[in-house]
Design a protein around this ligand. Structure first.
Ligand code: CA
Length: 334
C-alpha cells in the first residue's frame, strides 16, 4: 500500500493539489481508450491517464471499458458470426490478434447513435484497441520526450467474469506491469477495482506495493463480485476498506448523498484518498454549470483528484484554485 503523504508541515491549512485523472484518455475529445486519446490527455497535462482492462481469449490485457465489443467497435461487421446467443460480442471470445482487426469508434448506443452527441463523430480513422503494454510504452515514451511524469490509473474489470473464463486478471495485469518495471513502490501507477476481494488479493496475496483504490458503485448497477456498496459508505465499511486500500473512487452523487453524509470527509478520517468519477463538461446536470460541479467536488468535498473526460478543463480549474500548492506531495519531501 501507498503510505499517504503528510501535507506540507510549513502550513497547517495547506492541502495537496488534486490530481487530474484522464478518464479513458481524453475521452471528451477522441474515442475512448485509443492511443490518440491517451496521447492527447498527456498533451493536455493530465497527471494520470486511465486504462480499463479486459482480457482477450489468449489472456492479453486489452484497454477496453466493456467486456462487450458492440458499443465501441465494428465487431459485427468483421466477425458477424461470433456473437453469443444474447446477441452480444464478448472480448474474451477473441484472441488479441483478432481484437486488433477491429476498428474503434466513438461510443454508440444499441441503435448506433452516439452516446455523447457533441463529441467526436463516428468517422473512420483506423483506430485500434490498444494493449496495456502499448499504453505503457506510449505514456513512458511521452514522459521521456516531454520531460513529464504522467502516470497510469488501471482498472481491473469484472474479475469473477474473467475467473470463470480461466483467467486471473489481477495477476495478468501485475505481470505486464512487472515486465515494464512498474510493479514497484513509488511507480506512477494506481490500481482500481469495484471488487473488494480482488483488491484484498492484490494487497494480501500478490503483495503489490502499488496504491489500490476501491471503486464504489451503487448496488443497483450489478457490478461483478459480492460487494455491498452501501455498507462500504458507512464508517465501519470505510474502516474495512482502509485495511487493504489506499483510497476510494466514489460515484460523484455519493459525495453529496444525505443517507451517508460527508463521505469524503469520513474517508479522509480513515486516511483514504478520494478520487470520484466522472467529471463531464457536457453533462453537469443537476448542477448549474461544469464549474459549479467542479467547485462542489474539489472545494466542498475536498476530493484528492477526480476522473474527468475533459482533462484540460479540470486542470485549468485546479490550477486556478490551487495556485501555490505543489502537485502530488510525496513522503519524505523536504
Ligand atoms: Ca474505469
Amino acid at each position: 500500500m501507498l503510505s499517504i503523504a503528510a501535507v506540507a508541515s510549513t502550513s497547517v491549512t495547506a492541502t495537496s493539489r488534486p490530481i487530474v485523472i484522464a478518464h479513458r484518455g481524453a475521452s471528451g475529445y477522441l474515442p475512448e481508450h485509443t492511443l490518440i486519446a491517451m496521447a492527447f490527455a498527456h498533451g493536455l497535462g493530465a497527471d494520470y491517464i486511465e486504462q480499463d482492462i479486459v482480457l482477450s481469449r489468449d489472456g492479453v490485457a486489452m484497454v477496453l471499458h466493456d467486456i462487450h465489443l458492440d458499443s465501441t467497435t465494428n465487431v459485427s461487421q468483421i466477425f458477424p458470426d461470433r456473437a453469443r446467443s444474447d446477441g452480444r460480442y464478448y472480448a474474451i471470445d477473441f484472441n488479441a490478434a483478432e481484437l486488433k482487426q477491429l476498428e474503434v469508434f466513438e461510443r454508440a448506443d444499441a441503435s448506433g447513435s452516439s452516446v455523447f452527441e457533441r463529441r467526436f463523430p463516428k468517422a473512420p480513422l483506423g483506430l485500434r484497441i490498444p494493449t496495456l503494454a502499448e499504453a505503457i510504452v506510449l505514456i513512458k515514451g511521452l514522459n521521456k520526450s516531454r520531460g513529464t511524469e504522467a502516470g497510469l490509473y488501471i482498472e481491473l474489470k469484472s474479475p469473477s467474469f474473467h475467473r470463470q473464463a480461466g483467467w486471473d486478471i489481477a495477476k495478468v495485469v501485475l505481470d505486464v506491469l512487472e515486465a515494464h518495471e512498474l510493479n514497484t513502490a513509488g511507480a506512477p501507477v494506481f490500481l482500481q477495482c469495484f471488487d473488494a476481494a480482488t483488491l484484498r488479493y492484490l494487497n494480501d496475496d500478490l503483495q503489490t506495493s502499488l496504491p489500490l483504490i476501491q471503486l464504489i458503485a451503487d448496488n443497483s448497477w450489478g457490478e461483478d463480485g459480492d460487494n455491498d456498496y452501501e455498507l462500504m459508505r458507512s464508517d465501519d465499511g470505510l474502516r474495512a476498506v482502509a485495511d487493504y486500500a489506499d483510497g476510494i473512487g466514489p460515484w460523484i452523487p455519493q459525495l453529496f448523498d444525505d443517507k451517508y453524509p460527508k463521505l469524503s470527509e469520513r474517508a479522509h478520517q480513515h486516511s483514504l484518498l478520494v478520487h470520484p468519477f466522472t467529471l463531464r463538461a457536457d453533462q453537469f446536470e443537476p448542477f448549474d454549470s461544469f464549474n459549479a460541479l467542479q467547485q462542489r467536488v474539489f472545494i466542498e468535498a475536498g476530493a484528492d483528484g477526480a476522473f474527468t473526460d475533459f482533462p484540460d478543463v479540470t486542470k485549468h480549474f485546479i490550477d486556478r484554485q490551487f495556485p501555490n500548492v505543489t502537485p502530488e506531495p510525496t513522503a519524505g519531501t523536504e
